[in-house]
Ligand binder design. Structure first.
Ligand code: SAM
Ligand code: SF4
Ligand code: SF4
Length: 390
């Protein structure tokens, strides 16, 4: 294991600590300081059956295409930390479109079928549609098209929807934390209005995106009274609303358990007004538990990352904006694939490095959340959500 080295922006952290901002530990791994992925001596042909130490197979890949965002959601990129002095990655540190495409192709030879582009705000990455076009040409190991999707805050979706669709993006998730402008603006912390996100969703529907998902992070005491109005708004619209429990991801959002509203409470509140019944998952490892309205007007989902964990079937790997592979949303170390990509290694060598990395994976943070993770939540380093995506 590589030894963690002091990042070059330590001075910024120290000045924040001096200003006594609680839990201000933005993290990035400085160039070259990630763990070197083990290629191994005997190269084997890539196959789709690599399991981690808990028997979980690699199936999904989330790729963060930028660490920047035009929102400052208090639970993700709080203003106090992500201010004008924050050391965002320089362009040369980002994986290029060619590198992302190559890495994606390699991952598909290992059984990955689903790619989610995320960030930061992915639509801020210049010419993102060009990347989507490149990715849309890649097929799964079985020769099927990849399930290619993207999560966005929707702020520039009106402008981008047609280009995304034309480039071959199949599905879309838009984040929206309420319909009340005052609440939403307070949560995005940049005064962004609800109407513009709704307009972005409408634009996506107009160009032919179906079954759009809307993610609402529920923070108890902040926006939980918006649950039923959100359900009412999207019921019967073809949009699938999903409620996400506020998570202790990263080290800068001041998370505490009192701000988590358990998903079962979300379901109870909606069920009181619009009766619901549970439905089967679409596939093994689906993070959302699905419910449908008994009157047939659609479905909703809940993502209970805190109160009903799903680590046992977690098949997701993440690639950070600068090409580190993370094995868990709550990881504090990444595997440096950018250096491999830039050092003339063959696809076969990189595929072996992915297999060897995945096969060492033991991550199950949500299952052990609590005393064993307390030290992580209260001071040491976890990677920030904006760096590896949701
Ligand atoms: N900027 C895009 C967006 O907001 O959709 C994509 C990146 S964002 C990090 C991905 C998802 O993570 C969003 O749906 C966001 O609401 C969710 N998220 C961020 N921080 C979270 C937290 N602390 N707990 C739960 N979900 C969170
Ligand atoms: Fe930006 Fe998305 Fe994080 Fe909000 S949740 S700050 S929109 S990256
Ligand atoms: Fe997967 Fe880690 Fe989340 Fe568990 S905590 S579901 S291992 S990303």
């Amino acid at each position: 294991m590589a030894v963690w080295q002091k990042p070059r922006f330590t001075a910024i952290i120290e000045s924040m600590v001096e200003k006594a901002i609680p839990k201000v530990i933005p993290i990035r791994i400085d160039e070259g300081t990630g763990i070197a992925p083990p290629i191994g001596k005997q190269l084997i042909t890539p196959h789709g059956h690599t399991q981690d130490t808990r028997g979980r197979t690699l199936r999904d890949l989330r790729i963060s295409v930028t660490d920047r965002c035009n929102f400052r959601c208090t639970y993700c990129m709080p203003k106090e930390v992500f201010d004008q002095n924050y050391p965002y990655l320089a362009h040369k540190e980002l994986l290029s479109f060619e590198e992302i495409t190559r890495l994606t192709s390699i991952f598909t030879t290992l059984g990955v079928e689903k790619i989610r582009l995320t960030g930061g705000e992915p639509l801020l990455r210049k010419n993102l549609e060009v990347l989507i076009e490149m990715l849309a040409k890649i097929q799964t190991a079985e020769g099927k098209p990849l399930d290619l999707t993207l999560t966005t805050n929707g702020s520039i979706l009106r402008k981008k929807a047609a280009a995304l669709k034309a480039a071959g993006l199949q599905r879309l998730t838009v984040s929206l934390d309420g319909l009340d402008d005052t609440i939403f603006k307070k949560m995005n912390d940049v005064d962004f209005p609800v109407a513009d996100v709704l307009d972005g969703i409408a634009a996506a529907q107009e160009v032919g995106f179906e079954n759009i998902k809307v993610n609402m992070v529920v923070k108890k005491g902040t926006n939980d009274h918006e649950i039923v109005s959100m359900a009412k708004h999207f019921k019967g619209s073809g949009v699938i609303l999903r409620f996400i429990e506020f998570m202790d991801v990263g080290s800068s959002n001041g998370w505490n358990m009192e701000q988590v509203l358990p998903s079962k409470e979300v379901i109870a509140r909606i069920n009181e007004v619009f009766p619901l019944e549970p439905i089967e998952a679409n596939y093994t490892g689906e993070v959302a538990q699905r419910w449908r309205y008994i009157d047939g007007s659609g479905e909703i989902g809940v993502i209970s990352s805190v109160t009903q964990t799903f680590c046992h079937e977690c098949t997701r790997a993440r690639i950070s904006t600068d090409g580190q592979m993370y094995l868990c949303l709550f990881a504090n170390e990444g595997f440096d694939f950018k250096t491999l990509l830039r050092s003339g290694k063959s696809d076969l060598e990189i595929a072996n490095a992915v297999m060897n990395t995945w096969s060492t994976r033991d991550d199950h943070y949500s299952e052990i959340r609590g005393s064993q993770t307390a030290n992580l939540s209260s001071g040491s380093r976890k990677v920030e959500m904006s760096y590896i995506g949701g």
